[in-house]
Design a protein around this ligand. Structure first.
Ligand code: ADP
Ligand code: ADP
Length: 228
């Protein structure tokens, strides 16, 4: 099932004569499951993620999430759609230092005045091996654990899509592989779509398919062997 559709998508930065074409007429369908987007620095990965997540407006073209065209949404509607449907994970964990792990995980839900499904939150925490750390403050955690809290927070809203931009960028290789493996596992467990942006092929190897981006274009897509 295609979850994300990009149609004739374009995004440039700057003015003539210094225009940088970050996304160059991309047409792409992303299926349910775990997809990695890889490519060298500057190839447009972050811009693509920002366009898919509605954090940036394309110059032209469409972004459809489960058939809903978000490119026409007004700012407020887009923000609401984003909070309801998309979970973000960034390189920086952006945790609130005064709140414990549990409070950080439910923060977005509380902000939106949404009900907290405690059982589901504890299920996420268990899967991410955070269940015995719920009372701890971020300062007491390792970087890998902090990123797991950020993933739990993204999952807490039950999003259709998880967008993770270089989530392992500040982690050592052991923690990086663990975090990528956990994204793969939660994606399967909750029957979700996750997009992982990375420049690290070993991390991308966790995905079911890898999209190679170069100079703002899709260079190739490789499907991985389905793992059972
Ligand atoms: P990646 O994530 O693959 O490194 P980016 O999407 O960050 O790629 O950037 C793609 C290109 O667009 C790069 O040449 C980058 O310098 C440029 N770019 C990105 N964001 C901006 C911006 N806000 N203003 C100007 N140029 C930008
Ligand atoms: P990444 O590490 O994901 O490639 P970048 O370092 O390219 O990220 O970009 C980090 C942020 O800075 C992004 O929000 C991007 O839009 C912005 N940015 C990147 N390149 C430029 C640029 N040349 N001018 C202004 N902003 C930029």
């Amino acid at each position: 099932m295609k979850v994300i559709e990009l149609k004739d998508l374009n995004k440039s930065y700057g003015k003539e004569p210094n225009v940088v074409k970050a996304i160059d007429n991309i047409n792409l369908e992303i299926e349910k499951g775990f997809t990695a987007i890889v490519g060298p620095s500057g190839c447009g990965k972050t811009t693509l993620m920002q366009l898919i997540g509605g954090l940036r407006q394309p110059d032209s073209g469409k972004v459809l999430i489960e058939g809903t065209d978000i490119s026409f949404f007004r700012k407020d509607d887009k923000a609401l759609f984003r909070r309801r449907n998309i979970g973000f994970v960034f390189r920086e964990y952006n945790l609130l230092t005064e709140l414990n792990v549990y409070e950080n995980i439910i923060f977005t839900l509380e902000l939106d005045g949404r009900d907290v499904d405690r059982e589901y939150i504890y299920q996420i925490a268990y899967l991410l091996k955070l269940d015995d750390k719920m009372d701890m403050l971020p300062v007491a955690l390792s970087n890998g654990e902090r990123q797991k809290v950020a993933i739990a927070r993204a999952l807490a809203t039950k999003p259709k899509v998880i967008l993770a931009d270089e989530p392992t960028g500040s982690l050592d290789s052991k923690a990086s592989l663990e975090v990528a493996g956990l994204l793969k596992m939660t994606c399967r467990e909750f029957n979700q779509t996750a997009i992982l942006i990375t420049h690290d092929m070993e991390i991308a190897d966790n995905a079911e398919r890898v999209i190679y981006l170069r100079d703002g274009k899709v260079q190739k897509i490789s499907e991985r062997r389905k793992q059972i």
